[in-house]
Design a protein around this ligand. Structure first.
Ligand code: NAD
Length: 481
């Protein structure tokens, strides 16, 4: 699908990255001549983050083009996302222009942090198709998107957002600031007061979050956490203990410190010191790496955004263009920093990871897709032999190719080469066994799968037998050890 984007700043650039990496084309209107450079830099960081986020097969990346007018961005788009500055008149003008070009059934979403849909709709044709689609930075990694609007566009936008790995949360009534920003603004006001009053620096305020409550917020929200904090007696006890304190004047929720030059300069100086010379792109990469690690941990524990990631990966598997052709059993990757150990080169386990990914690609090529896996069929690796021949450093581009050496009704014998340019870094030899995962035992593969396995065996039968295939571990003398 082609997505029309209005505004390509922090949020619009993040949307562009999410849509493109999920295989959609995007056409973006932003009058700032610097936008193409900024969006390309963000996209590069997003590609880096996705290469770590999942090994599920992402679709081929969509194409990004730039429009000269909002009408051009809306023309032919199947979905429109507006992410321009938070100014009512500006947003109304752009949404109105897009709505006059886009057919009535095209949903138009606004990234607004808190403006009401009823306010934004004024001046649009078919205004009922406008919904708020409020994302969180970085848009390409954080799943949450808040929706607020009429049921039909909200439902259709939710389905679209879900298909690109997001978690739509419907805000059931129009309310300024929606849900998340009301909470975030309360925190933000307090943070500004603490700095304004000289109680804490910006870094100390941030430390108070990241070393404590921030860690627990990714898996459980405030209510569930406070239930636990109430001990065995639960929520009612917690409220009895801490409820009365809400009457005390701890917080200044309705006041805002005056944004005086003095406060602004203080914020700027302390923030510069905190960033310690790191550019915004470097900070984005640090943030993204930590977020990917948190998402993986949450996926491992089947909670919150980790569940959304797991569902998304199943969707990617389901959509993958399988079976691939036999001559495409080839996969490219970069050596990720986390694969490198204290020696400065990739660890043994990373070669196993690459080999298992190569095996996944092979399974895709013989029709072991998401449906097949869900029905309880799969191939498991039952034996692997790795030969290490050279070293790989972080960032090296590697090519991983698979050769099928032989097969029978239960087994596939494969040989994998891991190359950097012309240099052979490692080989793996694996035996894959067809299993009935429901019964928990090996079974012959069904005829249609066996047919595709045989096609691969035939296609690879003319290739030379690999020098290292069939090696066993032992001393050169041949003495068994
Ligand atoms: N930054 C956040 O964390 C965040 C989070 C969620 C939602 N939002 C919302 O997203 C929207 C965009 O915020 P942002 O942070 O990306 O701001 P931004 O300043 O980074 O980007 C705004 C972009 O809009 C462009 N623009 C200005 N006039 C335009 C016009 N007439 N037509 C098209 N583009 C125009 C600017 O050149 C800029 O690139 C706002 O509604 C904001 O409330 C922001």
């Amino acid at each position: 699908m082609k997505v029309g984007l209005l505004g390509g700043g922090v949020i619009g650039g993040g949307w562009a990255a999410r849509f493109l990496l999920n295989g959609h084309d995007a056409i973006l209107y932003d009058p700032d001549p610097e936008t193409p450079r900024k969006v390309e830099e963000m996209l590069e960081n997003a590609r880096r983050a996705y290469s770590r986020l999942t090994y599920a097969p992402l679709p081929p990346e969509g194409t990004l083009t730039f429009a000269a007018t909002p009408e051009e961005a809306a023309d032919g788009a199947g979905f429109i996302q507006e992410s321009t500055p938070e100014r009512i008149e500006l947003k109304r003008e752009l949404l109105g222009a897009a709505s006059r070009v886009a057919p009535a059934d095209v949903v138009i979403a606004s990234s607004t942090s808190g403006l009401l849909p009823s306010v934004l709709r004024e001046g649009m044709t078919h205004p009922e198709r406008l919904t708020v689609g409020h994302p969180f930075n970085p848009v390409y990694l954080l799943p949450l998107v808040e929706l607020c609007g009429s049921p039909d566009p909200v439902e259709r936008a939710s389905a679209f957002y879900r298909s690109v790995g997001m978690y739509p949360l419907v805000v059931r009534q129009e309310i300024d600031g929606f849900i998340a920003d009301r909470l975030l603004e309360a925190l933000w006001r307090e943070a500004l007061w603490l700095v304004n009053d000289g109680v804490a620096t910006v870094e100390e305020v941030d430390d108070a979050i990241r070393f404590g409550p921030g860690l627990r917020w990714s898996s459980m929200g405030t209510f569930l956490l406070y239930r636990i904090a109430g001990g065995e007696a639960g929520m009612r006890h917690f409220m009895a203990q801490f409820g009365p304190a809400l009457q005390w004047p701890w917080t200044k929720l309705t006041d805002v410190p005056e944004l005086s030059e003095e406060l602004l300069a203080k914020l700027e100086q302390q923030s510069d010191a905190q960033a310690g010379g790191r550019s915004v792109r470097e900070l984005e990469r640090e943030r993204d790496d930590a977020l990917v690690a948190v998402l993986h941990a949450l996926r491992g524990n089947c909670v919150g955004a980790g569940e959304t990631l797991a569902d998304y990966e199943w969707t990617l598997l389901e959509r993958a263009a399988y079976p691939v052709e036999a001559d495409k059993l080839r996969w490219e990757t970069s050596v990720l920093p986390e694969w490198v150990d204290y020696n400065g080169h990739a660890t043994e386990s990373s070669y196993l990871l690459m080999a298992s990914h190569a095996a996944d690609e092979l399974l895709g090529s013989i029709g072991i897709d998401a449906k097949y896996l869900r029905q309880g069929g799969s191939y498991y690796t039952v034996e692997t032999h790795i030969c290490h021949l050279d070293e790989a450093k972080a960032g090296d581009r590697l090519e991983v190719t698979t050769q099928v050496l032989g097969a029978d009704e239960k087994r596939i014998h494969i040989f994998v080469r891991i190359m950097r340019g012309e240099t052979l870094l490692a080989t793996t030899e694996q035996m894959l066994l067809h299993v009935d995962t429901n019964a928990g035992r090996a079974t012959p593969a069904p005829p249609d799968v066996l047919e595709r396995v045989q096609e691969l065996v035939d296609a690879h039968s003319a290739l030379p037998w690999p020098e290292r295939a069939g090696r066993r571990i032992g001393l050169p003398s041949g003495t068994p050890t």
